[in-house]
Design a binder for this molecule. Structure first.
Ligand SMILES: [Zn+2]
Length: 133
């Protein structure tokens, strides 16, 4: 069972805008030589990395917060279960709405999940393929 301390840190991590997974993707993409804007407030869902010239954007999703279909995403805190379940369902709904709004206005999106970031080589290949198809 998760200790309150672990849970507290998890909640802090997911609530912040500049999460560790996001910083990792930003730093890697930057090192690869790509330039981007952050959290454009005028775009649906405020994508984490925006490449305006290419009309492309990357979302970096925390598995818990965005309800990923993986072990980490399936883990709901023991206390306030109903609250978290509803909250995450709302987040997923909002994510879907943002993605369709962006796609409809001609944006191409890449969703990167927290649990898929460990393999840097794979991640680099994914980013490169997305930006230079
Ligand atoms: Zn995941």
């Amino acid at each position: 069972m998760e200790s309150p301390e672990v849970r507290r840190r998890t909640m802090q991590a997911v609530k912040s805008e500049d999460t560790a997974p996001e910083l990792l993707v930003r730093s890697l993409t930057h090192r690869m030589g790509y330039r981007f804007r952050l959290h454009r407030k005028d775009l649906p869902g405020k994508p984490d990395l925006v490449f305006p010239g290419r009309r492309k954007a990357i979302f970096v999703h925390g598995c818990f917060w965005h309800g990923h279909d993986c072990a980490r995403g399936a883990r709901v805190p023991k206390s306030n279960r109903e609250y978290w379940t509803k909250k995450i369902a709302r987040n997923k709904k909002r994510d879907r709405a943002a993605c369709s709004a962006l796609t409809l206005s001609g944006w191409t999106l890449l969703i990167l999940w927290e649990c898929e970031l460990a393999d840097e080589r794979r991640l680099k290949a994914q980013v490169r393929k997305f930006l230079n198809p």
